[in-house]
Design a protein around this ligand. Structure first.
Ligand SMILES: Nc1nc2c([nH]c(=O)n2[C@H]2C[C@H](O)[C@@H](COP(=O)(O)OP(=O)(O)OP(=O)(O)O)O2)c(=O)[nH]1
Length: 134
């Protein structure tokens, strides 16, 4: 099976987290996601996430710690998904990848609204928020 590394951004503004709804089509169209994307050859995961956030949302982001690592499969590829805390002062814009944005408290995120790969990230976010509030 082919293997790829992919990334997701946990963009926090105090207790709220940024979610983007993927445009319809494909196996995950219409679901909400933590934005990000695939790492290219010889690219670091952090650089890939920074690039994807600029391409998909037009934001310049600082990439912080990785708080989640997990696996998922799509067709003939196994993906290693890494989720990073990110920070940005930019305002996101729609660039053809998403049709809605939302800032939402982690307690109010219904996991069924998320692309399946992103669902296990929710407990990692709760754990992270618990630890930084100590
Ligand atoms: N099936 C699936 N794909 C996911 C999830 N999360 C996630 O980022 N993806 C990625 C993997 C694929 O690159 C893409 C969905 O695949 P697709 O059916 O729309 O298109 P595709 O296989 O042609 O993928 P691609 O060439 O565009 O990468 O989204 C998930 O939870 N399930």
């Amino acid at each position: 099976m082919k293997q790829r590394i992919t990334t997701a951004a946990i963009w926090l503004d105090s207790t709220k987290i940024f979610l983007a709804k993927r445009i319809g089509g494909g196996s995950v169209g219409g679901f909400w996601e933590f934005p990000g994307g695939k790492v290219r050859f010889m690219e670091s995961p952090e650089a890939a996430l920074k690039r994807e956030l600029y391409e998909e949302l037009g934001i310049v982001a600082e990439i912080g710690p990785c708080i989640y690592s997990g696996l998922f499969k799509n067709k003939d590829t196994q993906y290693r998904l890494l989720a990073f805390i990110v920070d940005s002062d930019s305002t996101p814009e729609k660039r053809g990848f998403h049709d809605a944005f939302e800032w939402i408290d982690v307690e109010n995120i219904d996991e069924d609204m998320l692309v399946p790969s992103d669902r296990p990230i929710l407990s990692a976010i709760r754990e992270y928020l618990k630890n930084i509030s100590k």
